[in-house]
Design a protein around this ligand. Structure first.
Ligand SMILES: C[S@@+](CC[C@H](N)C(=O)[O-])C[C@H]1O[C@@H](n2cnc3c(N)ncnc32)[C@H](O)[C@@H]1O
Length: 209
C-alpha cells in the first residue's frame, strides 16, 4: 500500500494505522484486508444494518477500522491470538479514533470464542488462524456467538494459495453441512457465482441457519 493523492477515506485510515504501528516500532508481518475488501466490509454493514460485529483476527486493525467507520452505531469485538507490539499500537489507534466502541479479546480463538457470551453478534468476520482445524472451529464457534440467523464472512477462500486451503475447506464443509446458507462470493472485489482462480483475494458472505 502506498500513499496516493486519490486515496479514499478508508484507504487513508488503513495507511494511517499502518504508519502509526511502523513509526512506533511495531513489526507488521501478518496480512490484512485489502482496500477493496475493506470497502466491501463497509458496504455490507451499511446494507445489512449490522451493528454488533465480531472478528477473528485483528492484526493491525484494517477490518476493525472498516467496520467502525461504517456507522457510529457499530461496535466491534476482535479476537486476536497475542498482544504483540503491533497489535497494541493498532489497538491504541482504534481506541483513540473510536472511543468505547472496540473490545480486544486476547488468546487463541479456540478458547476465547467458546468462552464468550452466546447469541450477541449480527455479523462475524472469520479471518484468524488459517489452518483447517482453526478455521473450521472458528466458523462453528462463530455460529454460537452470532445472533440467530446472523451473518458470517469468511476470508481467504483462495485454495490455490497455501493460506487459502484451510479456510476454503472449512467454508465448504459449513455450507455442505447446512450450518451456513451462502449469500454471495467475491474475487478481487468482483461478485462471482463460483470462486475460482485467478485472483489474489476471495471471500464469501453467508447466513447461519
Ligand atoms: C490475516 S490477519 C487478520 C487481519 C485483519 N482481519 C485485517 O483485515 O486487518 C490474521 C490474524 O489472526 C491472528 N490469529 C492467528 N491464529 C489465531 C488464533 N488461533 N486465535 C486468534 N487469532 C489468531 C493472527 O495473529 C493475525 O493477527
Amino acid at each position: 500500500m502506498q500513499p496516493d493523492v486519490e486515496m479514499t477515506e478508508i484507504e487513508r485510515l488503513m495507511w494511517d494505522v499502518y504508519e502509526h504501528v511502523r513509526n512506533n516500532g511495531g513489526r507488521v508481518y501478518e496480512g490484512g484486508a485489502s482496500v477493496q475488501e475493506a470497502q466491501y466490509l463497509q458496504e455490507v454493514v451499511q446494507r445489512t444494518h449490522a451493528r454488533r460485529i465480531a472478528e477473528v483476527g485483528f492484526n493491525v486493525g484494517f477490518s476493525s477500522i472498516a467496520f467502525l467507520e461504517s456507522s457510529p452505531d457499530v461496535t466491534v469485538v476482535s479476537f486476536e491470538l497475542d498482544r504483540r507490539h503491533a497489535v497494541d499500537l493498532a489497538k491504541q489507534y482504534v481506541d483513540e479514533r473510536y472511543p468505547g466502541r472496540h473490545e480486544l479479546v486476547i488468546g487463541t480463538s479456540l478458547k476465547t470464542l467458546p468462552a464468550y457470551e452466546a447469541g450477541q453478534f449480527d455479523l462475524v468476520f472469520v479471518d484468524g488462524g488459517h489452518e483447517y482445524e482453526v478455521a473450521a472451529a472458528d466458523i462453528r464457534n462463530a455460529a454460537r456467538i452470532a445472533k440467530p440467523n446472523g451473518l458470517v464472512i469468511v476470508d481467504d477462500l483462495v485454495p490455490w494459495y497455501p493460506w487459502g486451503i484451510g479456510p476454503t475447506q472449512a467454508w465448504e464443509e459449513a455450507v455442505g453441512d447446512g450450518l451456513i446458507d451462502p449469500i454471495e462470493s467475491f474475487v478481487d472485489g468482483q461478485p462471482v457465482e463460483f470462486i475460482a482462480e485467478p485472483g489474489d483475494r476471495a471471500w464469501a458472505l453467508g447466513r447461519f441457519r
